[in-house]
Design a protein around this ligand. Sequence first.
Ligand code: CTP
Ligand code: ZN
Length: 157
Amino acid sequence: MSKRPLLVRKIKNGTVIDHIPAGTALTVLKILGITGREGYVIAIVMNVNSKKLGVKDIVKIEGRELKKEEVDKIALVAPTATINIVRDYAVIDKYKVSLPDRIVGIIKCTNPTCISRKENEPVAPTFKVISRNPVKLQCEYCGTYVTSEDIVAQLTK
Ligand code: CTP
Ligand code: ZN
């Protein structure tokens, strides 16, 4: 148990997204569509010390749980994140986000002439995960590399 007081109090019910790469908390909130105007109690902690990461961000959302599609998107921008489900102050479930070896859908190829971008082609954009941290993907149709910055730009548009 740490002897230092908590920077932000514990939440009663909701989700704590922990071990977010430092500087990425606002991107995570944007992906969740959270603007602050929905009324949830939210704590954003940025650039705090972490044994595992050196420095990290944390997002606590009172009264909101995450859908699988939301967690899959978070994995693309915050591949080290841990999702903690809190009920009545206790962490009842904890899991790391996970990036599969292939990503189908979710993002578009950045090459405008890629076959996966043609309107009438029934092909879903598919990428091979080349690197996990930082995330780098490669389009299975045209070979174009998609960087972490490209992914953030698309998911926060
Ligand atoms: N947390 C919270 N409110 C609660 C319970 C936990 O805000 N009611 C937060 C903690 O402050 C921490 C995260 O959720 O940021 C995970 O809590 P816990 O599993 O208790 O902490 P650790 O064991 O330190 O987590 P880990 O091993 O994943 O680093
Ligand atoms: Zn492509």
